[in-house]
Design a protein around this ligand. Structure first.
Ligand SMILES: [Zn+2]
Length: 262
């Protein structure tokens, strides 16, 4: 082999190991003849060695797009960050899931054996699919009880969540998980402060995975931005992650969520 060919083979091998943001640096530091020259040499090498076409594709990609970007999956916004951003569960929390209703955080982070006997809503599988398709496939093999809450269990969950004022900020999956725990009077495992709050005030035991858990129960109201009057959260309130509440009954101004004064 000619010395030039040896050089570009070495570069190709480096690139195969270092494709990514550092690839450009690798080219710069190892190439003696400049970017274009390197590419020409690379083509020559691959012509001479047609049995390894992959090297060509990899090096061309690395050269023209040093940091290829994958299209982002549809965002779940805050909930995605809340669920994925958790540290691993504290080892201190003993016991498995037996009989407990598990929020999606547990499905994401607990080992499969620990999940055995837990209760979940099928809608959580769709949520998992959006967060981590690989994890979803694993979870399908876990020994979980999949249950849909009844409509009366859902109504009870809405009432309990409206009573604390948390209802407008709960997702449909949150509500279903809450409805199962309330309906069957089971322990609820969740890191979501709102779910912990509603569960505790409804007399349920709420266990958290990684966070310390809600200490003081709280409640929320809609406070009018015009006249300042407080309005309780109704069970038929619109649920969304943020934004203003319904208009004030008295003056028609927008309302915002505030902690209720005690
Ligand atoms: Zn008002």
């Amino acid at each position: 082999m000619a010395p030039a060919t040896l050089g570009s083979v070495a570069t190709n091998q480096m690139l195969r190991r270092r494709v990514g943001p550092s690839a450009a640096a690798a080219i710069g530091s190892t190439n003696r003849s400049g970017g274009i020259g390197w590419m020409m040499a690379s083509v020559k090498v691959n012509k001479a060695r047609p049995t390894r076409p992959a090297a060509s594709a990899a090096s061309m990609t690395a050269c023209s797009h040093a940091t290829p970007r994958r299209p982002r999956p549809p965002s779940l916004g805050l909930r995605r960050r809340v669920l994925l951003g958790r540290r691993l569960p504290a080892l201190g929390m003993g016991g498995g899931a037996e009989g407990a209703v598990l929020d999606t955080t547990a499905l994401l982070h607990w080992p499969l054996e620990r999940l055995a006997g837990g209760v979940c809503a099928p809608s959580q599988l769709d949520e998992l699919e959006r967060l981590s398709p690989a994890r979803r496939m694993l979870i399908e093999a876990a020994q979980l009880d999949w249950m849909n809450p009844t409509s009366s269990q859902l109504d009870d969950a809405k009432s309990a969540a409206a009573a604390t004022g948390d209802l407008p900020r709960l997702s449909t999956v949150d509500l279903e998980v809450l409805a199962l725990a309330l309906g069957m009077q089971r322990v609820l495992v969740t890191d979501d402060y709102r779910l912990q709050n509603v569960a505790m005030q409804a007399g349920l035991e709420a266990r958290s995975l990684a966070t310390k858990g809600a200490k003081q129960p709280w409640s929320w109201v809609w406070r009018c931005t015009g006249c300042g009057k407080q309005h309780a959260v109704q069970t038929d309130t619109e649920r969304k992650r943020d934004g203003p509440g319904p208009e004030c009954h008295d003056c028609g101004s927008p309302t915002v969520m505030k902690r209720a004064r005690r």
